[in-house]
Design a protein around this ligand. Structure first.
Ligand code: GAL
Length: 371
């Protein structure tokens, strides 16, 4: 073979491989453009001007290194764009210094300010999951670098829109309540934890962001010692909280929220709270983000094991596929706490049982599924 023919053969082979490889393989290694497994855990996606950006926790043996960013035009092949936000080595005064934990980063684009806005759950070194605060960072470019604007607990000094007036006063629990204890459930049900955190702001652990068609954005987070989800409207610039918020599923013990919008309804898929160990997913529906949320069933269909452990994974995001109305991808993490960088991604299409979203396992699938 001459050199030219050899080059042509190699090009044809790689084109064929690319075509054959145009599929999702849930739970498998997912090599990026450098052949390295994607390191973007607890992540979320942003679509902007023809490109998808995948942001997530970049993890190594010492914890989170920062927020990674990958880009793709087709959702199958991802280019490593480096760290969009890098944790710094400086002292504990910085909210993004190494040793703190930053989890579940999400990025949205603000059409008015033309800025990319990132929020992530933040915990402080040596304090376990006590700080329960959220941090906002901003950039002119999707891939960053992002600069921290502020870190806070949401909704200080404001009551949720759906809190009965009678609950604005009452007993305040002393200190941290053990999750699932009687006191914890009682305080979640009668608003005691909201009262406790009224002044300093409400706890924010597992979180996601959602932008509605009207451009209004919401920060959805596990609050009240993980008892209750809070849905908080962001300010117009997406950099702070508007003060409008609701509680969803008081005492429901949900985390890992992921939200999408279809045919006038808002859907949410969440998990229960068992740390890195997977559990059975839950789902819910509402007519408006700040409306009344109703619980639906476990959305997973499959074997007993699959429905009990959500395909060994925990929700992180639901993507609306560009140019394919009604095509949504459920995204989840198969955590590997012994070696977080090896954690796997479970992406599966949202399917429907009547008007209820469900998810089923597939070893391999492609966007053609939605055609
Ligand atoms: C999970 C949560 C993760 C991480 C982990 C720590 O429940 O969803 O984001 O916080 O706990 O144990």
């Amino acid at each position: 073979m001459t050199n030219q023919i050899r080059l042509l053969a190699a090009a044809l082979l790689s084109a064929a491989a690319a075509l054959a490889g145009a599929a999702f393989h849930p739970g498998q290694l997912w090599p990026d453009n450098n052949g390295v497994h994607v390191n973007a855990h607890g992540g979320g996606l942003l679509y902007h001007e023809g490109v998808y950006y995948w942001f997530g926790e970049s993890r190594d043996g010492r914890g989170t290194r920062g927020v990674s960013c990958y880009s793709s035009r087709d959702l199958y092949d991802w280019k490593d764009e480096g760290l969009a936000l890098t944790m710094t080595a400086d002292g504990p005064s910085s909210v993004i210094s190494r040793g703190n934990a930053i989890e579940r980063p999400k990025v949205i684009y603000n059409r008015k300010t033309r800025k990319f806005v990132m929020w992530f759950h933040t915990e402080l070194r040596g304090r376990g999951y006590d700080a329960a605060q959220t941090t906002v960072a901003q950039s002119d470019k999707a891939a960053g670098p992002y600069a921290v604007v502020r870190s806070l607990r949401p909704d200080a000094g404001t009551w949720p829109l759906n809190m009965p007036a009678g609950q604005k006063e009452g007993p305040i629990p002393a200190g941290v309540l053990r999750q699932t204890s009687k006191e914890w459930l009682a305080a979640a049900t009668d608003g005691g934890i909201v009262r406790r955190d009224f002044k300093g702001g409400q706890m924010a652990r597992d979180m996601t962001l959602f932008v509605d068609d009207d451009g209004i954005a919401y920060h959805i987070h596990a609050s009240e010692e993980n008892a209750t989800l809070h849905i908080s409207q962001l300010s117009d610039d997406y950099l702070s909280f508007s003060g409008k918020w609701v509680r969803a599923f008081p005492g429901g013990h949900n985390e890992a929220p992921a939200v999408f919008h279809w045919k006038g309804k808002y859907y949410m898929i969440t998990s229960g709270c068992t740390g890195w160990t997977p559990n059975a997913a839950r789902s819910g529906v509402a007519d408006a983000m700040l409306g009344e949320w109703h619980a639906l069933r476990n959305p997973v269909r499959g074997s007993k094991e699959q429905t009990e452990n959500t395909f060994e994974s925990q929700s992180t995001y639901i993507l609306s596929v560009q140019g394919k109305p009604g095509a949504f991808i459920f995204m989840a993490d198969r955590w590997r706490p012994q070696n977080h960088a090896d954690g796997r991604y479970v992406w599966l299409p949202i399917q429907w049982e009547g008007d209820k979203p469900i998810v089923q396992w597939m070893d391999e699938w492609s966007l053609k599924f939605f055609d």
